[in-house]
Design a protein around this ligand. Structure first.
Ligand code: COD
Ligand code: ATP
Length: 202
């Protein structure tokens, strides 16, 4: 399999902003959040299981998952979050591995908010963490999602702490500055990963 760089960070840390920069550099990105949407598309067994467990009202009239309703259910009830994770994480992992195999760029980014929580780093040669203070996470997510503060805080509580994530990182992207600063750091890491691949091939 191609050289895999795991990219993670808490909600609203800037994973999508960072992966967009890697894509501009011609690097394939496998995004767990995108895969998480694919596995609950209309007609999937996962969506059927969610409707059977939580109630058919979680499926909209056009047959799609009511994501906001499910978000409210699972992040206010740890047992329900556990049930959903146990259903979706195996399906997400399976599809991630398929997409990693299909990647054609010099290395591939596996972006996952729960990369470390779900042990996905075992598929990665290197792990980069997008790091911001919790206050910045909260402010940016509230602005982007227009979600209740308690809900975003519950999601943050369901994820690793900032310190634990930083300790497990091989590389850090500091994203508490401008987007331009993030772009500069991504370009530097890109050169390092290309050099690491050349060194590995020798
Ligand atoms: C609950 C759902 C439907 C809410 O959907 P919604 O569109 O509102 O949010 P979205 O999927 O974009 O997630 C927003 C952020 O929430 C965080 N998050 C999502 N799922 C989880 C989870 N199970 N545990 C902790 N944080 C999570 C991540 O930081 C994610 O980037 C959705 O998050 C979901 O299906 N989660 C379970 C699948 C999962 O664990 N995805 C993460 C893959 S690593
Ligand atoms: N350096 C930055 N300066 C200002 N705003 C930023 C910066 N980086 C990201 N943002 C904004 O903060 C919000 C969160 O960023 P982004 O969506 O990339 O985070 P994420 O980690 O992918 O979030 P999630 O875990 O919810 O998928 C977005 O609205 C994004 O445009």
């Amino acid at each position: 399999m191609t050289y895999v760089v795991g990219l993670t960070g808490g909600i609203g840390s800037g994973k999508s902003a960072a992966t967009a920069e890697f894509e501009k550099l011609g690097i394939a990105v496998v995004d767990a959040d995108v895969v998480a949407r694919q596995v609950v598309m209309p007609g999937t067994s996962c969506l059927q299981a969610i409707a059977e467990h939580f109630g058919s009202h979680l499926v909209t009239k056009n047959g799609e998952l009511d994501r906001r309703a499910l978000r409210q259910r699972v992040f206010s009830n740890p047992e329900e979050k556990e049930w959903l994770n146990n259903l979706l994480h195996p399906a997400i992992r399976e599809e991630i591995l398929v997409q990693l195999e299909q990647a054609k760029s010099p290395y591939v980014i596996l972006s996952a908010p729960l990369l470390l929580e779900n042990g996905l780093e075992k598929y990665c040669q290197r792990v980069v963490v997008v790091d911001v203070p919790e206050t910045v996470q909260l402010q940016r997510t509230l602005q982007r999602d227009n979600s209740p503060k308690k809900e975003v805080e519950a999601i943050m509580q369901a994820q690793l702490s900032r310190d634990t994530r930083r300790q497990k990182a091989d590389d850090i992207l500091n994203n508490d500055g401008s987007i331009e600063k993030l772009q500069q750091q991504v370009k530097q890491l890109h050169q390092r990963y290309l050099a690491a691949i050349v060194a590995q091939e020798k």
